[in-house]
Design a protein around this ligand. Sequence first.
Ligand code: ZN
Ligand code: FE
Ligand code: FE
Ligand code: ZN
Length: 275
Amino acid sequence: MKYQPVPDYHMHTPRCNHAVGEVREYAEMAIQRGLKEIGMSDHSPMPNGFDAAWRMDAAELPDYLQEVEDVRDALAGQLIVRVGLEADFHPGTEDVVQVMIDGYAWDYVMGSVHYIGDWAFDNPDEEGRWEAVNVEDAYCDYFDLVARSAATGMFDIIGHPDLIKKFGQRPPAGSKRVDRAESLMLEAVKASETVLEISSAGLRKPVAEIYPHMRIVEKAAAMGIPFCFGSDAHAPNEVGYGMDACLDILQSCGVDEVVAFEKRQRRMIAIREVT
Ligand code: ZN
Ligand code: FE
Ligand code: FE
Ligand code: ZN
């Protein structure tokens, strides 16, 4: 490790049907890798069976909370374990999602855009639909949804802020429309005082790049938008993955601290090299 580990706030459980490992195993891996703090953020339930195969059922939420709380309490003094959630922003579901957010004392709620209309654009099963879309439109639609997610004020963190690039489709170089959509997204993040996640997950996907692109980190840093780190671990051995590479990008853009959360309150943690 080049840097002292910072909190990793993005990891899943098998309840979402596409992750493996118990919370205890994620936590033990974090301790083994020298992390002091993690947060679980499994895919939240959504109303009306929306994409039910890729998320926990509402009936599983109490069990999720219990498992995370039990590990948190058992490891007190060794590792700080935060209770979070990765909620979807999908227009029309805000009221139900807000009730879920209000129903528990979360340490943080991450808002993620995984859908453009009925298209789960980051789902490998729906990758074929890329062939039928205009890539520039898809990027603009995506950043517009992220902007709207921030503007709701419902979320503490914007998850993987340019997930749209996951499979490697790129808009035309120098697209003014995409640049504008990106900037409007960041303005909404800034206005809503939301935190951007820098995520190593993209390194493990076809795009092979950190979310968000360094250009977006630079713009956000210049606007004073804060960041937190997430590995988006879907297996215990992914905890803390790519942290140094993410912190390198933050440092090169002049960001020298990351956000930590407790009961939706923030404190800043300095990014420090291991001496
Ligand atoms: Zn997932
Ligand atoms: Fe996600
Ligand atoms: Fe995730
Ligand atoms: Zn995710």
